[in-house]
Write a protein that binds this ligand. Structure first.
Ligand SMILES: Cc1ncc(COP(=O)(O)O)c(C=O)c1O
Length: 358
């Protein structure tokens, strides 16, 4: 039996979206492909109300961590990485893996990094990029990007790189308003698509920086990617055309719903889940005021058996996620992202109540 995915990615993909991938292929150097790719980029620009540059790569979202390290840091310069969970830690690893020094601002998991912590570091050192995870999928913490980019206004050499893998197309993210220079995500989260595509929204400042940086690789060269698009309106190498069909279809749905309504639906699901957790004796792992709208990390104060729960949920065709890494069993996670609705969520939570006799 298929288990409906209430995990924070990959998320549930509707049959009609899955079926888009079964269409006959076109050549990636054909006019048909250009029309498809152009339609996707136009819709993304419209959904995110942005004039920034957008690309869709055939890769998972992590590729943009390497892209940040290879394109946005000049030789001899360094990065500052905000780390408050597993994915923000991964970003730090990627930058170091690209051969750069990267300082860290670490806070305890479950907490958010505050603007004054960033200002303190930027006062002491020059950094080419500051990395942030907008929505820490391991902890359910959401960053306040606006307050952070307001600090960066005083440090114009420091570009803001944001991992929005598990929030883009769920939470409201407007690159210009939030002052991001590279904002990226994967297809398998709030876009409610299969994994395999990565969306990157890049400011002109970031592209100008990439022009100054050597050794960008080939697949990860932002200048190569965007200049190929400028010339040919296509991608430099063969993309996953089947998935792009699905993305084109899905974006039409997202635009029909509208970015604000999508965000409202996610917020309603998050609020309901928070209220449910607290009223049944659980806690919320994420700090108040910084809670994700796409994933709730529930503090398992009642010490319930999450694996047993998932076995029982599986018989009802449902699945949630255990805590991430060291948070296993101490927490469990409900991914209310993508196509899910409040009514579906109520059914899931009712099923949990029945299984655990809450
Ligand atoms: C916040 C965050 N960043 C990065 C990743 C990695 O994304 P991908 O697996 O698409 O490379 C994930 C995956 O769960 C994530 O949740």
């Amino acid at each position: 039996m298929h288990k409906k995915l209430w995990i924070p990615g990959p998320t549930e993909v509707k049959e009609e979206v899955l079926n888009q991938q079964a269409k006959y292929l076109v050549g990636h150097r054909s006019n048909d492909f250009t029309l498809l790719y152009d339609s996707i980029l136009t819709q993304l620009k419209s959904f995110f109300k942005t004039e920034q540059h957008i690309t869709v790569l055939t890769a998972s979202g992590t590729i943009f961590m390497d892209i940040s390290g290879r394109n946005l840091i000049r030789p001899g310069k360094k990065a500052i990485c905000c780390v408050n969970g597993s994915f923000s830690d991964r970003m730090h690893k990627a930058i170091v893996g690209c051969g750069f020094e990267a300082d860290r601002i670490d806070v305890e998991w479950g907490h958010a990094i505050k603007p004054e912590m960033i200002r303190e570091m930027l006062e002491k050192n020059d950094y080419d990029i500051l990395t942030m995870c907008h929505n820490e999928t391991s902890t359910g913490v959401k960053a306040n990007l606006k307050e952070i980019s307001d600090v960066l206004k005083d440090y114009p050499e420091t570009l803001l790189v944001v991992d929005a893998v598990s929030s883009m197309a769920g939470d409201l993210l407007l690159p210009e308003e939030m002052g991001t220079d590279l904002l990226f995500a994967s297809s398998q989260k709030c876009f409610a698509l299969p994994p395999g595509l990565a969306v990157g929204i890049v400011s002109q400042r970031a592209l100008d920086r990439a022009k100054e940086v050597p050794n960008k690789g080939l697949y990860t060269d932002l200048i190569g990617i965007f200049s190929y698009y400028e010339k040919k309106k296509q991608t430099p190498s063969t993309p996953n055309i089947s998935l792009l069909y699905a993305m084109d279809y899905k974006l039409k749905e997202l635009l029909t719903e509208g970015a604000e309504n999508v965000a409202k639906r996610h917020k309603e699901m998050a609020d309901y889940t928070h209220e449910w957790a607290l009223s049944h004796g659980f806690g919320l792992f994420a700090e108040e005021g910084y809670r994700s709208v796409t994933v709730t990390t529930v503090a398992n104060k009642l010490e319930k058996d999450v694996n047993e729960l998932n076995k029982a949920l599986g018989e009802k065709g449902l699945i949630i996620a255990n805590g991430y890494g060291k948070l296993k069993n101490q927490t469990f996670r409900i991914g209310h992202m993508g196509d899910h609705t409040l009514d579906d969520l109520k059914e899931l939570l009712k099923a949990i109540e029945e299984i655990w006799n809450l």
